[in-house]
Every structure is written in structure tokens, then in C-alpha cells.
Write a protein that binds this ligand. Sequence first.
Ligand code: CTP
Ligand code: MG
Length: 226
Amino acid sequence: MSHAAAIVVAAGSGTRLGAGRPKAFVALAGRPMVAWSLDAIAAAGVPRAIVAVPPGHGAVAEEALGAAAGDFPLGLAFVEGGAVRSASVRNALAAAGDAECLVVHDAARPFAPPELFAATLEALADADAAIAAARATDTIKEAGADGIVVRTLDRERLWAIQTPQAFRAAVLHRALEAGADVLAQATDDAWLVERTGGTVCVVESSPANFKVTTPHDLRVADSLLC
Ligand code: CTP
Ligand code: MG
């Protein structure tokens, strides 16, 4: 894995959490939320990590997370994030050096285990991108704006998409060349690869790798870690 680097997107404001500071730096079981992801990435043996932080938070990040630099033989860097998630990924990618594979992860998913980072990177042997995903457990229906159900989808083929998401470096570079309007639409990076014709495969994960979005999620996350 010496040719891999991790990109951790931590530049969001955390509006839905409403904690009064950027979500990635909110305390989770006594540590900044993003610190849990950095632990897992280092434990997976990824030698370099680039963290996209909110504009003006470089010094805060260095202070809160700088000690983790010792866990990354090829370095831990902080860059300024962008206005939308994919712009944050793009800014971090510019600091990724010559890594052949990138694994992108949301700071808001503190429960991704080291094995999941390794599994997505390994799956790049057979695809341009490999993304963590949990099998759908609810029945999913499509409804119109009027609330009337249009169809019921085949649950066997549905996946709830998470991060980490691993990419061949050239593929991610090309995907992120999209215009600002396209980047703003992207809720994950794999979609940017799909729309340019790349092969994306799912790597089965667990619903335990949930995203901390609301105050309820933070309470659940805290209780799982304390
Ligand atoms: N993110 C980012 N840069 C942005 C927006 C989001 O790096 N401009 C990151 C967040 O820090 C988070 C991940 O993308 O780790 C997933 O986004 P989300 O859960 O939506 O986090 P926020 O955008 O911070 O939350 P909200 O949408 O409630 O404001
Ligand atoms: Mg957001």
C-alpha cells in the first residue's frame, strides 16, 4: 500500500448537527471526530493522509491533530477545503503527490474500520473505483413530488453508499475535472467516475459505519465509544 494516500474531507460546517463549530472538530468521546478516522487509516497501513479543513482552521487542525503525524510515514497534511464536498476532495488531491491510489473518507464517519480501507484499496485490482456500501434493509420506493408512489425498487440490488471510497489516481483526477455545477451536484465522488464511464464496484460494509449528521447521531456515536 506504499502507493496509496488517504483524503479525509473535514471541511463541512455541520449545519444539521448545529454544534456551533465545524462537525469534524466536535468532540466525540473526548477527541475531535476526525481523529477516529485518522486512527483507522493509519492502522490500515496507508502511509499518507491529507485532511481538508474549513477555511481559517489550519492552525486549529494542526493543534488538534498534529500529533497524529507520527502515524503516517509519508506525512499528514492539512489543506483548505472548498465550498462543496467535491471541491474539498479536489483541493486535497492537489496535495496527494504521486500516490497511485487514493482513498477518500468523510470525517463524519468515525466508525469505518481499518479493514474497510484496505478492502476498498484492494478491490481496485478489478475496478476504477471501489466504494463501501451497506445492503439496503428497508424497502425503498420511488414517489413523485405529489407523494404518490411510482414504483418499488428491487431491494436485492440496492446499496446505501458510504465512505471510504477508493480510486485509481488518474481516474479521480479526471473525474474531478468536471465543472463547478457538476461538482456541486455530487453527493459522492464515485458518481463523478460513473458519469465519465468508469467502473465502480461496491465493497460490502455494515450500517455501523454510519455518518454523524444530526444531534441524535452524535449521541449514538458517543454512547458507542464511551
Ligand atoms: N465536507 C467537506 N467540504 C464541504 C462540505 C462537506 O469537506 N464543503 C465534508 C464534511 O466535513 C463531512 C463530509 O464532507 O465529513 C460529508 O458531508 P456532511 O455530512 O454533509 O457534513 P457537513 O457538510 O459538515 O454537514 P451539513 O451538510 O449538515 O452542513
Ligand atoms: Mg453537507
